[in-house]
Design a protein around this ligand. Structure first.
Ligand SMILES: NC(=O)c1ccc[n+]([C@@H]2O[C@H](COP(=O)([O-])OP(=O)(O)OC[C@H]3O[C@@H](n4cnc5c(N)ncnc54)[C@H](O)[C@@H]3O)[C@@H](O)[C@H]2O)c1
Length: 439
């Protein structure tokens, strides 16, 4: 397939010139770039690929350099020298799409990266470049991930690079899938988690603002994902707020599964499933608007008590129960739901249906508080953008619960005021609603 491997030495190519160009494109709002980390991004470049024609020769050739610099060569980072227009099979492929993934050495990414590289997400004519962001601690593991990608011979995977500096890894990204976050340690207050992870997403929002494609689409997975997405939005004023999503698709998929099981139908018969609000136990799986085989759920499942109590609680607590059983948070099904979330934005939503995503509330037609990230029903033409669905039913049961999850998000917002430029944080989270998927 003509992929040639470039084992480029760590720190060999710093991104100062491209960064300046990206900053110039952006115009006025600039953020001061934080201190460059000690280990710079290992970037894929055709130059680097040309340096080496043969992997064994490369390693041998780099040994002296390694001894001189004390740095190890980075494995798994590659870019091709192969010309895509040179044979019939690849001639009709689309322009390369650059996808940045944070937390790339983590459990969710370990599934997701291979789904992305296979063409399952963006299509079999869409070549991709993967730019993997890890923490300093996970850099070596990141090399292992990159090596596995390389060894999988995915024809559509044109480049892999790794790094720990978001200003380098997010450069020119068309998509940013922000998975990396710190898990909550034993005894850690939820407010402390909001602060620690919020700081990560403030930094990453600034980096996206400065170096990513101006129309980058961002999906925030790391928890607490709604508030992390809000922090990103506030730190990336040059990117439309509409481009940011917090992942609630896993909750939607869980809700569809439970309804299908109860109704005794195949899961693809369940449509119009909305998760409202926060990706936490206050989330609201909406059985009022959902349909089974085109009919309102309440016409098919007449057991209202089950819908209001068991169904709702099962969906809300699914992540926590899974952790108890599995000993870790959901990874494979989360990855599948990220794939679903992206596909929902790049393919037209089937007529009459919708999907759930945590999106920015300003201008929403439901009367939900403005300026938070709230899961709501969306439709897309398949162009990466979405519109909110306006024709939804509301009743007292649904509205009461929507207000509860809204109150939680407004309280979370106050906890991170120092990260959104809105003054001094004041954190008064009444209940500790364990986040599905959170350790
Ligand atoms: N929204 C959802 O539906 C959903 C579902 C499941 C899990 N999650 C959340 O996703 C996150 C990741 O889950 P996981 O199972 O992959 O965790 P994991 O611990 O296996 O992986 C996280 C990775 O992120 C890295 N990391 C930490 N800080 C980073 C930073 N600043 N930049 C880049 N990388 C960083 C870590 O080194 C680690 O490799 C968690 O916050 C989890 O709660 C969300």
């Amino acid at each position: 397939m003509g992929l040639s491997t470039a084992y480029s030495p760590a720190g060999s190519r710093l991104a100062t010139a491209p960064l300046a160009a990206a900053a110039a494109r952006r115009g006025s709002v600039q953020h001061l770039r934080p201190r460059r980390p000690l280990i710079a991004t290992v970037r894929c470049s055709v130059d680097a690929a040309k340096q080496v024609q043969d992997g064994a020769a490369t390693i041998a050739a780099q040994e002296p350099a390694r001894h001189k610099t004390g740095r190890l060569p980075r494995f798994g980072v590659f870019c091709p020298t192969y010309d895509l227009t040179s044979d019939d099979k690849t001639k009709s492929w689309k322009k390369l799409v650059t996808i940045a993934v944070s937390g790339a050495a983590g459990m969710i990414a370990n599934h997701l990266l291979f789904q992305l590289a296979s063409g399952e997400v963006f299509g079999q004519d869409q070549p991709i470049a993967l730019k993997l962001l890890g923490s300093e601690r996970s850099l070596q593991a990141l090399e292992g991930v990159a090596m596995e990608l390389e060894d999988s011979l995915y024809p559509l995977l044109r480049e892999v690079s790794i790094g720990i500096d978001p200003y380098e890894v997010f450069e020119d990204a068309d998509w940013a899938l922000l998975i990396g976050a710190k898990p909550r340690g034993p005894g850690m207050e939820r407010a402390a988690l909001l602060d620690i992870n919020g700081q990560i997403f403030a930094d990453q929002g600034k980096a996206l603002n400065t170096v990513a494609s101006p129309n980058v689409k961002v999906i925030v997975v790391g928890n607490p994902c709604n508030t992390n997405a809000l922090i990103c939005i506030k730190n990336a004023p040059n990117i439309p707020a509409k481009n940011f999503h917090a992942l609630t698709r896993l909750d939607e998929n869980r809700a569809k599964c439970q309804l299908a099981l109860k109704a005794g139908v195949f899961y693809d018969k369940v449509s119009n499933m909305t998760i409202w609000g926060n990706h936490s136990t206050t989330q609201v799986p909406d059985f009022l608007n959902a349909k089974i085989d085109g009919r309102p759920v309440k016409e098919v499942i007449k057991d209202t008590k089950w819908l209001e109590e068991e169904f709702t609680m099962t969906v809300q607590n699914r992540g926590g129960v899974l952790i108890q059983k599995w000993g870790r948070s959901s990874a494979a099904s989360t990855s599948v739901s990220i794939v679903d979330a992206i596909k929902s934005l790049v393919t037209p939503t089937p007529e009459g249906d919708w999907f759930s995503s945590g999106v920015y509330t300003t201008g929403n037609p439901y009367g939900i508080a403005e300026d938070i990230v709230f899961s709501m029903p969306c439709r897309s033409k398949g162009d990466g953008d979405y519109e909110l669905v306006s024709d939804v039913l509301m009743d007292d049961f649904l509205w009461e619960r929507i207000k509860k999850t809204e109150a939680e998000l407004l309280a979370e917002k106050k906890c991170v005021a120092h990260l959104t430029g809105e003054g001094i944080a004041f954190c008064d989270l009444r209940e500790d609603t364990m986040l599905p998927g959170e350790m």
